[in-house]
Design a protein around this ligand. Structure first.
Ligand SMILES: CC(=O)[C@@H](O)[C@H](O)COP(=O)(O)O
Ligand SMILES: NCC(=O)COP(=O)(O)O
Length: 239
């Protein structure tokens, strides 16, 4: 069964909107674990508009599940943050400056030499590495050449297509998973996964190891409560 890693960026966004400590990010992370999440994901960005760099240090010292730090390794501050905290996993995402949210995977063909260096740097510090990619065969094959442990499939296109034609929407992801499995790459996935589209994704992708979910899960928690919501999401994964 794939693990659920809860992305708590949105909790930090809410907290930062008033400058105080409400909601308390650390308490929410610990509660996510208590309610059944098997990992905590954060995606700090240089403007610290949601997760602050200090949050990562604070989280690392208290959480007991896997910490997954996502972000742009072109930023030296990001590299330093990851190395200083040695999370279970770092996910390399090619954010451009000022981007509202992630909107594409790495071009692992063009940037293969650079990514190889990054993978080796983080693995040398004992950190598992995952590279955020679109479900495209060439990108997955080139990702494997970097020495990465895993890929994270960028699921925005799946989520957008799910309502219209879910069979068509999942097809490139199944192909991508077969390629990754053949190459011995672990498979994570994330972006815009929600209570409606998660079960079909999880049951269609062979050897899915982890999903990271933030926006929809935190939004659902407003109506359903955090404990109930996390349990509903983990239930979708038990396929
Ligand atoms: C890589 C990815 O898809 C997520 O980490 C997403 O970027 C979350 O970031 P926001 O919460 O800022 O949208
Ligand atoms: N890696 C994806 C992630 O952490 C959360 O994405 P979203 O659920 O906020 O779209």
């Amino acid at each position: 069964m794939a693990k659920l890693s809860v992305n708590i960026n949105k909790i930090a966004t809410l907290r930062n909107s008033r400058g105080g400590n409400n909601p308390d990010l650390i308490k929410v992370a610990l509660d996510c674990e208590r309610f059944g999440a098997e990992g905590i994901t954060v995606h700090p960005r240089p403007d610290e508009r949601h997760i602050r760099y200090q949050d990562v240090f604070d989280l690392k010292s208290v959480i007991s599940t896997e910490l997954n730090i996502e972000g742009n390794c072109r930023e030296q501050k990001f590299i330093d943050l990851v190395l200083a905290n040695a999370p279970a996993q770092v996910t390399l995402v090619p954010d451009s400056e000022g981007q509202i949210t992630s909107n594409h995977g790495w071009d692992t063909v063009t940037h293969q030499t650079y990514l190889k260096e990054m993978v080796s740097l983080f693995q040398g510090a004992g950190i598992r590495v995952s590279i955020f990619v679109d479900p495209v065969r060439d990108m997955i094959e080139a990702a494997q050449q970097t020495g990465t442990d895993r890929i994270e499939l960028y699921t925005e296109a799946y989520a957008a297509g799910y309502k219209g034609d879910k069979v068509k929407a999942i097809a490139p992801y199944i192909q991508a998973a077969h390629t990754a499995n053949k190459l011995g790459l672990g498979i994570n996935a994330g972006h815009d996964l929600d209570l409606e589209n998660l079960k079909y994704f999880a049951s269609s992708i062979p050897n899915l190891l982890e999903v990271s979910i933030g926006h929809a899960l935190i939004s659902d928690a407003i109506y359903l409560g955090l404990e109930n919501t996390i349990q509903l999401y983990t239930r979708q994964l038990s396929v």
